[in-house]
Ligand binder design. Structure first.
Ligand code: T4K
Length: 378
């Protein structure tokens, strides 16, 4: 069989290099490399407009944005969160001295299950930290109701939810704050990067102090802030990416549709369909593999794909609550999170990115289905 290039779960979309060159030349000329440079300011404005949100505060990555969002709201004590996410979600709590309380996810979306949140609330609970996992919107209405009833803050980890809309409005407008990631593996990348979306001027100001050591002017520090600023190179890339992101999401949509066509009907394989009224971003293409019906386990499919040079990922396995760092927590005990415990054994994220070619997709599906793998034509 012909040697083929490896295929990874994702491949970052980058704009034409010549276009970035122009931005680099300006950075070289002005020597403004970071600290609220021209591109930073322009990107913040244009991004807020693109996302249809009031305020964006740019960050150097999503993790520091999450940590700062919790700091900004002075969240303490216990926070209810999902075990089915990237570990940074829970780390952000730990770095704030907050005790994570894991709550199970819903069977249909794998997002935090609002019906289980109430049972996890104690007098120490101050907030909820849900994740729009894979970019699928949480049940924001039910979460809002619970938060209002119990006087809790809500910080959405929206690191997968760039550009996701429901009924024409941004999903980022829910909760007290939402946090984005622009990591290389995300739908929208600035190499590394992130942001906090906020809804009023005072909160935006406070977030901006926090990410710049707490400085509120040349000689005043109003909080023990951190250095989490986005630099000019990342902001310049962000500006350029805005020109291309709709096209990139369109290409992802086409890949997702093709996967669905080809996988539909395979017994034991299930996947998300588009939800009514939702503009999805197709950040991931997760499939759930039921061994009894399919004949092969998730791990067998993962290993087979790997042996063919196709690197799918088991996002999110293990659960955060199963890592040695967190498994000692009361809410992490086996059996407490049955839906999450099941999905983490069955989920596999297939490669999806703009430019994933049809023959490659056919090969991936062929290997999963157990057909003879087709060599790629040069
Ligand atoms: N909350 C949630 C829900 C998150 O998913 C994340 C990040 C965060 C918070 C934190 O945001 P950041 O602080 O990262 O901004 C990746 C990412 O490192 C991580 O950002 C992401 N979630 C997580 C879901 O996935 P890995 O360990 O799987 O990445 P890695 O390096 O194995 O990359 C996967 C594949 O992507 C590679 O096999 C090849 C391709 N790739 C990767 C990179 C980095 C490229 O083609 N180019 C690249 O530069 O964690």
């Amino acid at each position: 069989m012909k040697e083929t290039a490896p295929i990874y779960v994702t491949k970052p979309f980058l704009p034409p290099l010549e276009e970035f060159q122009e931005y680099l030349e300006r950075i070289w000329t002005t020597r403004q490399l970071t600290n609220k440079g021209r591109y930073h300011e322009q990107f913040e404005r244009e991004l807020a407009e693109y996302l249809k949100v009031r305020h964006v505060s740019l960050f150097s990555n999503g993790t520091l944005a999450l940590i700062s969002a919790l700091q900004c709201l002075r969240i303490t004590g216990e926070v209810i969160t999902t075990p089915f996410s990237f570990v940074a979600t829970t780390h952000a709590l730990h770095w704030n001295g907050i005790r994570p309380v894991f709550c199970d996810v819903e069977p249909g979306s794998y997002n935090l299950d609002p019906r289980r949140i109430e049972a996890a609330i104690t007098p120490g609970t101050t907030a909820i930290l849900p994740v729009h996992v894979y970019g699928n919107p949480c049940d924001t209405e039910a979460i809002r109701e619970i938060a209002e009833t119990y006087g809790l803050k809500v910080v959405y980890d929206a690191c997968h939810a760039f550009g996701v809309e429901r009924d024409g409005g941004s999903i980022l407008n829910f909760g007290d704050l939402s946090v984005l990631s622009f990591h290389a593996t995300k739908v929208f990348t600035t190499f590394e990067g992130g942001a906090i979306v906020s809804h009023d001027d005072a909160t935006k100001r406070r977030i901006d102090f926090l990410k710049n050591f707490g400085f509120a002017g040349e000689t005043t520090v109003v909080a023990p802030g951190i250095n989490a600023k986005m630099n000019e190179f990342e902001a310049a890339l962000g500006l350029l990416q805005l020109k291309y992101v709709d096209r990139a999401i369109g290409e992802r949509r086409a890949v997702a549709r093709r996967y669905r066509e080809r996988l539909r009907g395979l017994p034991g394989i299930s996947f998300f369909e588009d939800a009514p009224g939702v503009r999805h971003n197709y950040a991931y293409f997760p499939v759930v593999i039921d061994k009894d019906a399919f004949g092969k386990s998730r791990d067998e499919v993962y290993e087979t794909l790997k042996s063919h040079g196709i690197f799918s990922r088991r996002y999110f396995y293990p659960l955060i609550s199963q890592f040695p760092t967190y498994r000692g927590l009361e809410s992490a005990r086996p059996g407490n999170l049955p839906v999450a415990e099941e999905v983490t054994r069955k989920i596999l994220c297939l490669p999806i990115y703009p430019g994933l070619e049809e023959p490659d997709l056919e090969r991936i599906v062929g290997i999963i289905a157990g057909d003879a793998p087709r060599p790629r034509t040069p």
